[in-house]
Design a binder for this molecule. Structure first.
Ligand SMILES: [Zn+2]
Length: 86
């Protein structure tokens, strides 16, 4: 079980995609067992429409984590982020 699986599940939850049986419960249990991870956030740039699902300590291009959330480095604008709770 890795954070990647939680990211994938979070993306599905946000898009209301079909989930596998128990998938959401597995992700929720993983986060409960690792509370320091926090919940994943769906980060989106309104300008270039790039989207990533990231934990609070993660940077992934084009997004750079700042003290006020994520910045889209391509556009140099603050990205919107939505916390995903299971
Ligand atoms: Zn952008």
């Amino acid at each position: 079980m890795t954070r990647q699986i939680v990211r994938t599940t979070a993306g599905k939850v946000l898009r209301s995609d079909d989930l596998n049986a128990g998938e959401k419960e597995v992700a929720a249990a993983f986060l409960q067992a690792n509370p320091h991870f926090g919940n994943p956030h769906v980060v989106r740039c309104d300008w270039c429409h790039e989207t990533r699902t990231l934990f609070r300590d993660e940077n992934e291009g084009p997004f750079k984590l700042t003290s006020h959330g994520w910045l889209c480095e391509t556009c140099n604008v603050r990205a919107s982020s939505q916390e995903v709770k299971f």
